[in-house]
Ligand binder design. Structure first.
Ligand SMILES: Cc1ncc(COP(=O)(O)O)c(CNOCC(=O)O)c1O
Length: 420
């Protein structure tokens, strides 16, 4: 064994439940409400855009501009310039990445140095912590706390950010805060007051905000998505991250982006150029076509994003009603792809000795796959060991699925209820 203290940067990355659950889901052919991808085809105009790109001539099959396909960065600058109310230089203020995942990676790798502290609000998307640790940073976790829920249904708005606790975590070592709005897994849409609290602390302590907004178009019941980069003094210190995967229902295309001031983006661009260098040309061309079409209808009845919201709102309601009807307590999300539900009143005999040392929700989700054929995700898997205990009585369920998939899940849950 090497005598050096560290042999790899991956030693700091703990094993997460994800791949194990995906494997079990496949092995048991479970109904998959676990992983966040639509199991239905994208809109026809989206499919046509890729078809036309692939048949658009030889240059569509060769390298394009490393930092982003020119037609794509141009329409992203125009589209988000309008949304952010900001002049955006397509060549300096944008980086196209392999999904939002790589945009987060470039931001953390570029901006977090050995010993820097990064504040992460929990439960949080699972890549933030390992990416920070691999960059030599230190993660500082602030849990969102559930307010007392009266009645059979909670809301993602019941999970609140404690001002005193957040304030206490900012110090001279704090380099960045990563926020996810709307959030995964809670579906929380941050209110202006909460974003202002975060902004005030970032400005006071000269901290960068990495704002993961992949669900930016998916807010329900009139909830408003506010981009923190639009708050006074925040454009110059915010990296705003998005993805075509969740915007156009094409998670397999892996086209994401980071948008922010050139003095920050130049560093992300260097990480990208010295790691993967190029993103695929055809999918970038197709996403550019989709955004040009949406630009003309944005905010009108014909807007695709508005129609997508309506379609997903109905699926969200359907799943919430099913969960309530079988005695579960869902927290109806104001945004995103997922509903979390409290499972503490479900009495099941988790008699699998192989999982006895795992958190309760890990054990429950494995039992649900093996015994009932339904795949979900444990919420404590979105938490650091420090707060994992507080989140072990919830599971995450994806409602962005074909109606036939939702129906299969409803049958399993209702049959289970009748057996009890
Ligand atoms: C908050 C967040 N950021 C980033 C990403 C990654 O985006 P992309 O697919 O564009 O890399 C995702 C993708 N969702 O993951 C599926 C799941 O939680 O089951 C995400 O939810």
């Amino acid at each position: 064994m090497s005598c050096k203290p560290h042999t790899t940067r991956t030693e700091v990355v703990d094993k997460r439940i994800w791949s194990e659950l995906f494997q079990l889901t496949a092995e048991y052919k479970a109904v998959n409400l676990g992983q966040g991808f639509p199991d239905l085809p994208p809109a026809s105009f989206v499919q046509e855009a890729l078809f036309n790109a692939v048949n658009g001539g030889f240059h569509m099959h060769q390298y394009t501009r490393s930092l982003g396909h020119p037609p794509l960065v141009k329409i992203l600058a125009k589209f988000f310039g309008r949304v952010l109310g900001q002049e955006i230089d397509p060549m300096k203020d944008i980086l196209v990445t392999m999904g939002a995942y790589q945009a987060v990676f470039c931001a953390v790798q570029a901006l977090v140095y050995e010993g820097d502290e990064v504040i992460i609000l929990e439960p949080s998307y699972h890549c933030y912590e390992p990416m920070t640790l691999m960059a030599g940073g230190k993660t500082v976790h602030v849990p969102l706390k559930p307010q007392k829920v009266t009645g059979p249904t909670g809301s993602s708005a019941d999970w609140v950010l404690c001002s005193e606790e957040l304030t206490s975590k900012f110090n001279s070592h704090t380099k960045a805060i990563i926020i996810n709005n709307p959030s995964n897994p809670l579906g929380k849409v941050f209110q202006r007051e909460e974003l202002q609290m975060i902004a005030d602390l970032c400005i006071k302590h000269d901290v960068i905000c990495i704002s993961d907004e992949v669900y930016e178009w998916l807010t329900y019941d009139g909830a408003q998505h506010i981009k923190i980069a639009t708050l006074p003094g925040m454009w110059e210190r915010t990296v705003t991250i998005g993805t075509a995967g969740k915007s156009f229902g094409v998670t397999g295309w892996k086209v994401g982006w980071a948008i922010g001031p050139g003095h920050i983006l130049e560093h992300l661009q260097k990480i990208h150029q010295k790691s993967i260098c190029h993103c695929p040309t055809p999918t970038q061309e197709a996403v550019a076509v989709c955004f040009r079409m949406e630009y003309d209808t944005f905010g009108t009845e014909e807007s695709y994003f508005r129609q997508l919201r309506t379609q997903l709102q109905a699926k969200r309601l359907r799943l919430a009603e099913c969960l309530r009807s079988v005695g579960l307590q869902p927290f109806v999300p104001d945004g995103g792809y997922f509903i979390i539900t409290d499972i503490s009143n479900l009495k099941v005999d988790l008699n699998d000795p192989s999982t006895k040392d795992e958190p309760y929700d890990y054990r429950f989700t494995k039992w649900l796959i093996k015994e009932k054929g339904l795949s979900t995700i444990p919420v404590s898997g979105f938490c650091s060991p420090e707060h994992r205990e507080d989140f072990q009585k919830y599971i995450r369920i994806c409602f962005v699925k074909d109606d036939s998939t939702l129906e299969a899940a409803e049958d399993i849950l209702r049959k289970w209820k009748d057996e009890k």
